[in-house]
Design a binder for this molecule. Structure first.
Ligand SMILES: [Zn+2]
Ligand SMILES: [Zn+2]
Length: 138
């Protein structure tokens, strides 16, 4: 993903008023590229921001998504994760450790059948399996 030098400017350019909580939440997303859930972000940030609530985290992320600076990952039906990298890339979830890994793919050569003449706006590619670390652990 592209480098973000100044979160405050980045939010402002996206049309978001850069409040302290919004800056902290966005910084968390770009520093922890682990595709966190609302609960993970809340748990990690509340020691530093005692006034934070889960609703605020949820609403802030929803706002980021609406403004196009965050994407939602729904690799599991019962779990929504967030990613500040909005470029087209796929997600691999390890069924053993639960980690989600980014991977890139060539979206020009996807060899898609049946919908060749459709206009594609978004691609979500989810793969599940066992990551290299877990595969090598005996
Ligand atoms: Zn794993
Ligand atoms: Zn990602």
């Amino acid at each position: 993903m592209k480098q973000i030098q100044n979160v405050k400017n980045y939010l402002t350019e996206a049309g978001i008023k850069p409040s302290y909580q919004r800056i902290k939440i966005f910084e968390y997303l770009i520093e922890n590229m682990n595709h966190p859930t609302v609960d993970m972000i809340y748990k990690d940030l509340v020691p530093y921001i005692p006034t934070l609530s889960k609703t605020t985290v949820y609403n802030t992320l929803k706002f980021f998504v609406d403004k196009g600076i965050t994407q939602i990952i729904n690799i599991e039906d019962n779990e929504t994760r967030y990613d500040a990298d909005t470029s087209t890339h796929g997600h691999f979830k390890c069924i053993k450790c639960g980690n989600i890994y980014d991977f890139s793919f060539d979206n020009k050569n996807l060899n898609i059948k049946q919908i060749e003449n459709f206009e594609i706006k978004q691609i979500h590619l989810y793969i599940k399996g066992i990551c290299e670390n877990c595969k090598n652990k005996k």
